[in-house]
Design a protein around this ligand. Sequence first.
Ligand SMILES: N[C@@H](CCC(=O)N[C@@H](CS)C(=O)NCC(=O)O)C(=O)O
Length: 275
Amino acid sequence: MGKAKFMNTENNQSNINMLSHTLTSNKKPFRLITLPISHYCEKVRWALTKLKLPYIEEPHMPPFHLLATGRVGGKSTPVMIIEDGALTDSTDILQYLDKLAPDNAKLYSTDSDSRQQVEQLEDLFDEQLGPATRRWAYFHFMNNSKLMKRIWSNGVPFIERALFPVVFPTVRSIVQQKLNITPESSAQAYEQINSIFEQVSELLADGRTYLVGNNFSAADLTFAALAAPVVRPPEHPMSSASLEELPSKLISEIKKFRETPAGAFALRLYHDRNH
Ligand SMILES: N[C@@H](CCC(=O)N[C@@H](CS)C(=O)NCC(=O)O)C(=O)O
């Protein structure tokens, strides 16, 4: 009962957010197909919010996302439907959205050196940080089916949520295999996250406000969105469990990540996410 209320409150809040995005602009909303917990989907959701572009999110639970993404020629999420097709990669989506942004809100600098730095960092986070934080988080959550139900079914169509008990055992073993989720790979992911956090902390050591130049960019956004599973920002729109509900070992590791300069930076960016 308590949990249902908790989820409804979150869903209502995200519906309100989507509605207000729609109302603040006359443009036709984009359709965004997501797995709601996916941090690559959150990367796009954040960009749309930041650029005040209207969108309607279509959240799905695995494996039902494949029906939605497959219909438009995609596979993984996020997929964003635009007037003349579908964009099937978060970076492609951010680059597309950036063309619609006014000069003072660009996520990619117009200076070519700075743009290159932004793109290199985004690539590092997409290719290494995102898979590592996902592997680490799933390793700790996957065997808790109650928590997984909440994480995977947040806001999805009723029928998908109702089918969770039927599909979860099979989907879990497919995901564990596909993403190589084992105790060893999780330990490696933990080291990899620490190494990227150290690189980011080093960049921040000179007191800069953002990773590249003086403005918030796709590098900052991508870092914070993909680091979210290990710092668990309270402002995350899809957080589906409070810190206290997690195993104590996990809480202490999250606290350690949060205390690093890179972790504190991700939390600060999330604190400002909706302003
Ligand atoms: N490079 C892709 C990665 C997206 C990705 O890995 N999405 C995952 C969720 S975190 C997904 O949809 N997995 C389900 C699948 O591949 O069927 C991007 O940046 O969009």
